[in-house]
Design a protein around this ligand. Structure first.
Ligand code: NZQ
Ligand code: ZN
Length: 386
């Protein structure tokens, strides 16, 4: 097992009716900026619950944060924070609203020339404007981690940021919110969380028995609840297991003491930046081919995953590992997620080359758990995925 440090300061309030607890979690006298997305919270009753729970505070609202939170929109929110003297933010939404809020948390205190530096120069946020979240869609784990991904459509970029100053102070996880999520977004959430586990697991054996089994148990739980949640998102038991699995998949715990990959996400973000493909779908396009391309380096873990998650009992390591990739792709397809880039865009010409070039110009010349994946390899993987 590798050395590690672990600290996660986010307080989780999980379960039915927990939105009412917001008032006790926000510091007294705060001037609150309530942030939300395209308006789903106004149709499913979440907005009313939040308004009721924040009645004792002075609240300013900022809605309209789009999926894949857009830099230009967030710049307008920075103005509001400064003009209104906001002291606390409350993100009510999914990964997009929460990530947008994390960017604002950092940008509100940033002293440099342009807040885009935080992303382009990978500036780590040690301290941010405090915020809490009300999660409305299980998927990203953003509610209990310190990372964010921001899109700038003007330049077709989608870049990550993070730092210990960006953990939410608290996150409210009421699984009842799952009932109103459309099928497409439910499938996205399952796929994203499943791939988060893969990124932290599908590397090489590191003798971390507990971390492996924690990862496998999250994947097994997602496989078990997937058909239930798609059939009936108001099934509270399925929804609560779905929600907690997504949070556990990316709150930092399972990555401690093990090598991690994250190349699938790096490539996926480019596909979202170019074509606007939903985040989770980009992962389903790339992951199987990433594992095919890096088969020799990952086959031991692929075989272990085949045995423990997909109950593959027979065969050599190679046979089991190959079956593991097929099972993974079939799982995504069972959620009605297309796993070929050609299903999403016809204007593919030059994409793989452009992504490789972007990675080169950013100095991303050694990706993956062994830091040996070069832009040329990325180009091949994207080509295989079309
Ligand atoms: O915008 P509204 O109207 O609220 O609608 C949203 C949005 O259209 C809708 N929705 C959310 N909750 C709902 C609901 N509809 C009905 N009922 C509800 N209860 O769902 C749509 C998608 O929302 P979004 O927040 O975009 O989804 P998700 O949570 O999947 O977030 C995706 C973003 O997070 C980033 C992705 O790259 C992407 O930008 N990620 C963040 C990570 C992190 N911070 O750790 C890690 C991930 O790998 C990922 O990169
Ligand atoms: Zn993801």
């Amino acid at each position: 097992m590798l050395n590690f440090e672990f600290k996660n300061p986010t307080k989780i309030l999980f379960g039915k009716g927990q939105i009412a607890q917001i008032a006790t979690e926000i510091p007294a006298q705060s001037k609150v900026l309530l942030l939300y997305g395209g308006g789903s919270i106004k149709k499913n009753g979440i907005y009313e619950q939040v308004k009721e729970a924040t009645r004792g505070f002075e609240v300013v609202e900022f809605g309209g944060i789009p999926a894949n939170p857009e830099y230009e929109v967030l710049l307008r929110a920075i103005k509001v924070i400064k003009e209104e003297g906001i002291t606390f933010m409350l993100a009510v939404g999914g990964g997009s609203v929460i990530d947008g809020t994390k960017f604002l948390s950092s940008a509100a205190l940033y002293q440099g020339e342009s807040p885009w530096d935080i992303l382009s120069k990978r500036i780590r946020t040690e301290q941010g404007l405090p915020f809490g979240t009300v999660l409305t869609i299980p998927a990203t784990g953003s509610e209990m981690n310190s990372g964010a991904v921001i899109t700038r459509s003007e330049t077709q970029e989608k870049l990550g940021m993070g730092g210990p100053g960006l953990f939410p102070q608290f996150s409210i996880l009421d699984p009842q919110v799952v009932a109103s999520i459309p099928q497409r977004q439910l499938a996205n959430g399952i796929t994203d969380a499943f791939t988060h586990v893969l990124e932290q697991y599908m590397t090489y054996p590191a003798g971390a028995l507990l971390q492996d089994r924690l990862s496998e148990s999250i994947m097994l739980t997602l496989v078990e609840i997937a058909p239930k949640i798609l059939a009936d998102p108001s099934d509270y038991e399925a929804a609560s297991n779905f929600m907690w699995s997504c949070t556990m998949a990316l709150n930092g715990l399972i990555q401690k003491g093990v090598p991690t990959d994250w190349a699938v996400h790096s490539m996926g973000h480019e596909l979202t930046a170019f074509f606007g493909i939903d985040h989770a779908r980009t992962l389903a396009i790339i992951a199987p081919n990433h594992y095919r391309y890096n088969f020799e380096k990952k086959k031991e873990k692929l075989a272990q995953y085949a045995e423990r998650v997909w109950s593959v009992g027979q065969g050599t390591i190679e046979e089991k590992a190959r079956l593991a990739i097929e099972k993974t792709e079939n799982f995504f397809r069972s959620l009605e997620i297309e796993t070929k880039l050609s299903a999403y865009t016809a204007s593919y010409e030059g994409t793989a080359e452009k992504i490789a070039q972007n990675f080169r110009s950013r100095g991303w010349t050694g990706l993956g758990e062994r830091k040996d994946l070069k832009p040329e390899d990325v180009e091949e993987i994207v080509k295989m995925s079309y």
